[in-house]
Design a protein around this ligand. Structure first.
Ligand code: ATP
Ligand code: MG
Length: 634
């Protein structure tokens, strides 16, 4: 483990040059029933098998092993501003609830290796269900609550769950979203039919019941109040869960994750990257439907003996101070969110940040999307703590790049998610020639030399071929993992993500990253949000088109003001990036099309601009965004 004298550079070197020794050391952070016999089996690249021969259990590491020393410490703090509930579960109570859930699942016929699909809002039972699955060696597949029946159906069909765990409803901004009808419809649509459906009744929406199939959590729980369900020791390589990517670029991929490697990777990251201390409170504002929620609402903080705060609600309800109120109340030390959420807060009164005592907070971590400088600066000044960007993917389960202040404190640079993390043999590669780029300021594809470190995907669920062909065969003559993100490295070794490889546009022979243009436009004081896409143009090949959400809504009504702002934005781009990067048009909208996870749906924007069918929109959040766009083009 990192000593005070270790430099990050040396630490990183060790992880790349002597990975077995490095990860054997990290593996000591978790409990093993049988210690690993081999650290990494990479005999069949690109498939890496970590900690072969070892047996362990994720739930044991997240819950049971803390009972001796922290039984009465809060483990799960649940806060809902949707239903005005607050409930704290100690480690002992969490242990009891998870065993009840595990007993119920077993009762319903769930066995080791069976899949359990979890389609739930952010309620404690969702956490119990995840932990109960891994406790008995079942594989969970969490689907973001409120996904429409079509997206849910494809995931049910792919995961083939024996049991589905769900709830009567979710709630968003005070509006109840009934889940049961969506679930029933999805099962109807799916060729695979789950045997049983376990429903949590929050009493938010009525439920129609299918006898023989549907069962009620409260009833079954009552039958298993005192059950003891021991952890099933599973191989380190046993699949713990599957989870679908956001679908920003296309059809979602079913990421399959192991057990031992994941536990070790998370345990290490909690210390080396997030610097949480056992006993402190961690607050991750994501959702259990996303990878960030899996790793840093549920497993990471609990494995590390922290209290984790699970929040159901919007960041601006009852007002934009709610998160900071929770930070004060629960003395949160480490917080994790996404740039999109911070941008939402930024549109609100900044006074909310000053209302609460935030002295417990030591850092805010942001991931999921490019973090633009104005957003980072705004929140950094507001909170007075370091803002630490981290870059990763559903596929990797933990950061590929960030700053590991727990190894060696280092400054962050605005606009950069930091440096490659230990274990990731990162490369910038020329996508055409497949050659490594060694110089600075050369743009390349961000790629990872195998084996991927512990915690990363084992494969794509039921589709090894897609795993190999999608990620490992896209660069000529090389077997490297392609992130499909475009990056650049500066002289200090800091990386900058320039966008996705399919976001690069070609204007009259000049290759431009849409991210750079966005970054520049976001610098205008009247711009709240911006998206730039490349649109086919007969003359220039492609031109950039910018969509701007103005800070002030009056721009949307006032044509003269729009024209003025458009001119200012173009001048700004001209001045900073040159005339080739200047968008051919700047269009103003009140919202942008996003995925349910808050990521920009660039392919939808582009399709509308080019008058094409936007393709699969099942992952899209608010259809109003698309209607608004279409109206601009008719
Ligand atoms: P799909 O792969 O299905 O199209 P997705 O890539 O949006 O969906 P995720 O795994 O949720 O699914 O997102 C990972 C991607 O998000 C990264 O590849 C990168 O493009 C972007 N990203 C994540 N974190 C950052 C960050 N800190 N800075 C810039 N981009 C980021
Ligand atoms: Mg992706």
């Amino acid at each position: 483990m990192a000593g005070a004298e270790t430099t990050f550079r040396e630490f990183y070197r060790q992880s790349i040059d002597r990975p077995d020794k490095f990860w054997a050391e990290q593996a000591k952070r978790i409990d093993w029933q049988v210690p690993p016999q081999q650290i990494c089996d990479y005999s069949q690249p690109p498939f890496a098998r970590w900690f072969v021969g070892g047996t362990t259990n994720l739930c044991h590491n997240a819950v049971d092993r803390h009972l001796a020393s922290r039984a009465d410490q809060p483990a799960l703090i649940f806060v809902s501003t949707e239903t005005d509930q607050e409930q704290v579960y100690t480690y002992a109570q969490l242990h009891t609830e998870v065993q009840r859930m595990a007993a119920v699942l077993k009762d319903l016929g769930v066995e080791q290796g069976d899949r359990v699909l979890i389609y739930m809002p952010m309620i404690p039972e969702a956490a119990f269900a995840m932990l109960a699955c891994v406790r008995i060696g079942a594989i969970h597949s969490v689907v973001f609550g409120g996904f429409a029946s079509g997206s849910l159906a494809t995931r049910i069909e792919d995961a083939e769950p024996k049991v589905v765990v769900s709830a009567d409803a979710g709630s968003r901004g005070g509006k109840v979203v009934a889940y049961k009808p969506l679930l029933d419809e999805a099962i109807e649509l799916s060729r695979h039919k789950p045997r049983r459906v376990l429903m949590v009744d929050r009493k938010l929406a009525p439920m129609t019941w299918l006898e023989k199939r549907d069962v009620l959590w409260s009833e079954l729980r009552a039958q298993h109040l005192n059950d003891h369900v021991p952890c099933t020791w599973v191989d380190a390589t046993h699949t713990s869960y599957t989870l679908y990517t956001s679908g920003t670029t296309g059809k979602p991929k079913g990421v399959q994750r192991d057990t031992g490697g994941y536990a070790v990777a998370l345990a290490a990251s909690m210390d080396l990257i997030y610097q949480g201390q056992p006993g402190e409170t961690y607050f991750c504002t994501s959702d259990i439907g996303w990878v960030v929620g899996h790793s840093y609402i549920i497993y990471g903080p609990l494995i590390h003996g922290m209290s984790t705060l699970m929040y159901e609600g919007l960041p601006i309800r009852p007002d934009a101070g709610i998160w900071w109120q929770l930070v004060e109340k629960y003395k949160v030390t480490r917080m994790f969110s996404a740039p999109t959420a911070v941008r939402v807060l930024k549109k609100q009164d900044p006074a909310h940040l000053k209302q609460y005592d935030l002295s417990s907070l030591k850092a805010l971590y942001l991931a999921g999307e490019p973090l633009d400088q104005p957003t980072a600066q705004w929140i950094s000044e507001g909170l007075g703590v370091p803002i630490i960007d981290n870059y990763w993917q559903t596929e990797t389960g933990w950061p590929i790049m960030t700053i590991a202040n727990g190894v060696e404190p280092a400054p962050s640079k605005f606009g950069s998610p930091g440096v490659p993390m230990y274990g990731y043999h990162l490369k910038l590669i020329n996508e055409n020639t497949g050659e490594d780029l060694v110089g600075h300021q050369e743009k390349g594809v961000v790629a990872i030399e195998g084996p991927l470190p512990p915690g990363c995907l084992q494969t794509i669920w039921k589709d090894d071929e897609r795993f190999v062909n999608t990620y490992w065969k896209s660069i000529p003559d090389r077997l490297v993992y392609n992130t499909f993100d475009w990056g650049i490295r500066d002289e200090d070794g800091y990386y900058f993500i320039l966008g996705r490889t399919d976001d690069v546009i070609n204007v009259a022979g000049h290759r431009l990253g849409t991210r750079e243009i966005e970054e520049c436009i976001a610098g205008h004081s009247q711009v709240a949000e911006v998206a730039v896409v490349g649109v086919a143009d007969a003359l220039k090949g492609q031109v950039a088109m910018a969509f701007v959400v103005p800070r002030d809504n009056h721009y949307l009504q006032d044509d003269a003001a729009k024209l003025r702002l458009e001119g200012e934005i173009m001048k700004l781009v001209d001045g900073q990036l040159g005339a080739v990067a200047r968008p051919s048009r700047v269009l103003f909208v009140s919202l942008l099309p996003k995925t349910r996870s808050g990521k920009l749906l660039r392919r939808a924007l582009q399709a509308v601009c080019e008058g094409r069918d936007p393709g699969d929109l099942t992952t899209m959040d608010d259809p109003a965004a698309l209607h608004q766009l279409r109206s601009l083009f008719t």
